[in-house]
Design a protein around this ligand. Structure first.
Ligand SMILES: *Cc1c(COP(=O)(O)O)cnc(C)c1O
Length: 379
């Protein structure tokens, strides 16, 4: 027998994480009730009680998304896994796909769609703006897409993509509408069925206030129809919804082991959404954000995104001239235990990104953050 080496047998201390207030683009702090639910005792992933829980999670997700889609499930993986599932199940090699690119996550969708063989047309607008209907129509006429991908809540810019009128355009061009709702689900007005969205995905760690680890996904009838007609299977075994759907659907066939305790957490997070009610929850996010925007103006700071398309879940704050945005964020973390983030891409060094999501969307957090920012900026 070989010798057991002790090279990597490091001595470690008991885990003791600092009490951070997570006010960046995600993760946000999990709700205490969600953390409690996560530590519930485990059952098997085909246990009748777990199957009951799977039904509850699916139902509560349909409420949060305002959809009746039967295929509405949490993908095992973070938001990007659900994003990849949406793309992989909607796109067939050679399909024309039109994607709104006005931030980091539109860029990521372009990358994924290309990997699944889509012929991608980028519809670019400056970071912090949204795409208007005329622009979408012009691009659709030129590239005749089979799939249109938009980011409802661009976490890299703080801009909201309006959806009014988009379905009618998609109908005209027989096109699927795929929507990133990672930073809007549970925080910002969202109507999957009324807006005619065919595929949407999200994550648990933004406005749902659950730790990262699951990626909610919903697929409508037009997507299922295309899935059935595909000539070749979805080229990603783990994310093929014709297989995963059987585990979450009525037959409950084993596909992969669901992350049991993460589903406990998500169930609790969604229960909190249902208890509060969507209208109340959206209003709370709006009120908290408006309080923050007003406070920013009081200390001489301004927002990057114009107010009518500004997300209540994520605000991009302009960094004043001569201020080192990274240094401010570091000081907030080190001295106040508050996490905010800097800008990405076109907005690198130009903005801070502040998330007021889910459980964290509360007046007291706004008061604390504004006081801390004012204090740090004064130095
Ligand atoms: C966070 C985020 C994602 C990716 O989710 P992960 O959980 O980080 O994989 C995708 N889209 C948007 C808009 C996001 O904010």
């Amino acid at each position: 027998m070989p010798h057991v080496k002790d090279t990597h047998r490091i001595e470690t201390r008991d885990l003791d994480m600092p009490p951070r207030l997570l006010l960046g683009p995600g993760p946000s702090n999990a709700h205490p009730r969600v953390l409690r639910a996560l530590s519930n005792r485990q059952v098997g992933h085909l246990d009748p009680r777990f199957i009951e829980l799977m039904n509850e999670v699916q139902s509560l997700l349909r409420y949060a998304w305002q959809t009746d889609n039967p295929v509405t499930i949490p993908v095992s993986g973070t938001g990007s896994a659900a994003m990849e599932a949406a793309v992989a199940n909607c796109v067939e090699p050679g399909d024309s796909m039109l994607i709104g690119v006005n931030g980091y996550f539109g860029e990521r969708m372009v990358d994924m769609a290309g990997r699944y063989g889509a012929v991608v047309t980028r519809m670019e607008t400056p970071w912090g703006t949204s795409v208007d209907l005329d622009t979408i129509r012009r691009h659709m006429e030129a590239c005749r897409p089979r799939v249109l991908g938009l980011v409802h809540a661009e976490t890299s810019t703080g801009a909201r993509q309006p959806l009014e009128g988009v379905r009618a355009l998609c109908d005209e061009f027989d096109c699927l509408l795929l929507l990133d709702t990672v930073t809007s689900l549970g925080g910002v007005e969202l109507f999957i069925d009324d807006w005619g969205v065919d595929a949407a995905y999200s994550g648990t760690q933004k406005c749902l206030s659950c730790p990262p680890g699951l990626g909610p996904l919903t697929l409508g009838p037009r997507v299922l129809e295309r899935l059935e007609k595909r000539s070749k299977p979805v080229p990603n075994w783990y994310l093929d919804m014709s297989l995963v759907g059987k585990y979450w659907g009525s037959s409950r066939t084993y596909h992969h082991t669901a992350p049991i305790n993460m589903n406990y957490g998500l169930r609790e997070a969604l229960r909190l959404v249902a208890e509060e009610g969507l209208e109340e929850r959206w209003k709370r996010h709006r009120n908290t954000a408006e309080r923050f925007w007003a406070g920013l103006a009081d200390i001489g700071l301004s927002c990057h995104v114009r107010q009518d398309i500004r997300l209540s879940s994520l605000t991009t704050v302009r960094v004043p001239d001569g201020v080192d945005s990274g240094a401010v964020a570091r000081t907030l973390l080190n001295e106040y235990n508050i996490e905010i983030a800097g800008g990405l891409g076109q907005l690198a060094g130009k903005v801070w990104r502040v998330g007021l999501m889910g459980f964290n969307s509360r007046a007291e957090n706004v008061t604390l953050l504004l006081a801390a920012m004012e204090d740090v900026l004064k130095r």
